[in-house]
Write a protein that binds this ligand. Structure first.
Ligand code: NDP
Length: 266
């Protein structure tokens, strides 16, 4: 039996999700009892998301930039932490219904769950920041969000978070972890905020985390140069894929085996 899966985005060329999912589908076909095919799907506009999903007869999908909020609105039921975040990055077909999840948030938490965290600073206020902030709040970690501009901070203020513009952060605050969720440093060597401020924040932190993967960002290089334990977004990407995979396939495979396979791919 064949089953079809995909990842929707715009742009979508860069997505590594097909590598992660197809690797497990091809190695575990017999244990799964079906052969899965997972591919990138360019979505021209958000109102077509559900129609594409149904017309392509997908059993499950991931949804990436800029459609995670649309995915939240267009599914039949939202489960788990996605309800609080207001965004879904995974859809699963259950009979004729589409169920939405947010595995970015859970994927992030898998990466930091063994850390001793009481306080966190998130730099950036986009979709990744929302998922991470809500997850940290759920685990009662005091979290402050800073951003370069004001509009996106309103979401966090409405959810009860302390927020500030990045140049207005109280200079005396100290955080266990500093998390970069901005795209600064993705295509260049820029830092997400002023170097002096970052040096002070990272110099007082135990951990640094950058959601960017596939390269060492200037933010992570700076953290390492200051002796801070630093992690990039690779494992977050792998864990969000693993958690989506488990929902696509009903959790029938051992998690360690899926992880092992996915880790060979990126
Ligand atoms: P959004 O577009 O929703 O948000 C981008 C954020 O970055 C905004 O807060 C924006 O500030 C800020 N920003 C952008 N450029 C700069 C800059 N040069 N300096 C300072 N701040 C900047 O993006 P997402 O939150 O969805 O994604 C952000 C990053 O996270 C991407 O690189 C994405 O690939 C990565 N990601 C990684 C995941 C993983 O599994 N590892 C999962 C999800 C995302 P402003 O509001 O002022 O515009």
């Amino acid at each position: 039996m064949l089953k079809f899966f995909g990842v929707f985005g715009n742009p979508i060329k860069h997505s590594q999700s097909p590598l992660l999912h197809n690797c497990v589908f091809s190695h575990k076909m017999h244990e799964l009892g079906f052969f899965g095919i997972y591919r990138r799907i360019f979505l021209p506009q958000e109102n077509l998301l559900r129609a594409y999903f149904e017309n392509l007869s997908l059993s499950g999908a991931n949804i990436t930039l800029p459609f995670k909020e649309a995915a939240f609105r267009q599914c039949d039921e939202v489960r788990g932490i996605a309800k609080e975040i207001g965004a879904c990055n995974a859809w699963v077909k259950e009979d004729s219904r589409i169920v939405g999840y947010n595995t970015d948030a859970e994927g992030f938490y898998e990466c930091v769950k063994d850390y001793d965290l009481k306080t966190a600073l998130i730099i950036g206020a986009g979709g990744a920041a929302k998922a991470i902030a809500i997850m940290l709040q759920k685990h009662r970690i005091r979290t402050i969000i800073i951003n370069r501009s004001a509009p996106r901070l309103q979401y966090f203020a409405d959810k009860g978070f302390e927020c500030a513009l990045r140049n207005e952060l109280n200079a005396n605050l100290i955080f266990d972890i500093v998390i970069n969720t901005t795209s600064a440093g993705l295509d260049d060597e820029s830092l997400p905020c002023e170097k002096l401020l970052l040096e002070r924040l990272l110099g007082n932190a135990k951990y640094a985390f950058d959601v960017i993967y596939g390269k060492e960002s200037a933010f992570l290089s700076l953290a390492k140069s200051l002796g801070v334990e630093a992690q990039n977004g690779r494992d977050m990407l792998i864990f969000q894929a693993l958690l989506a995979f488990e929902r696509f396939c009903g959790g029938s495979l051992e998690r360690d085996k899926i992880l092992q396979l996915m880790r060979t791919m990126i």
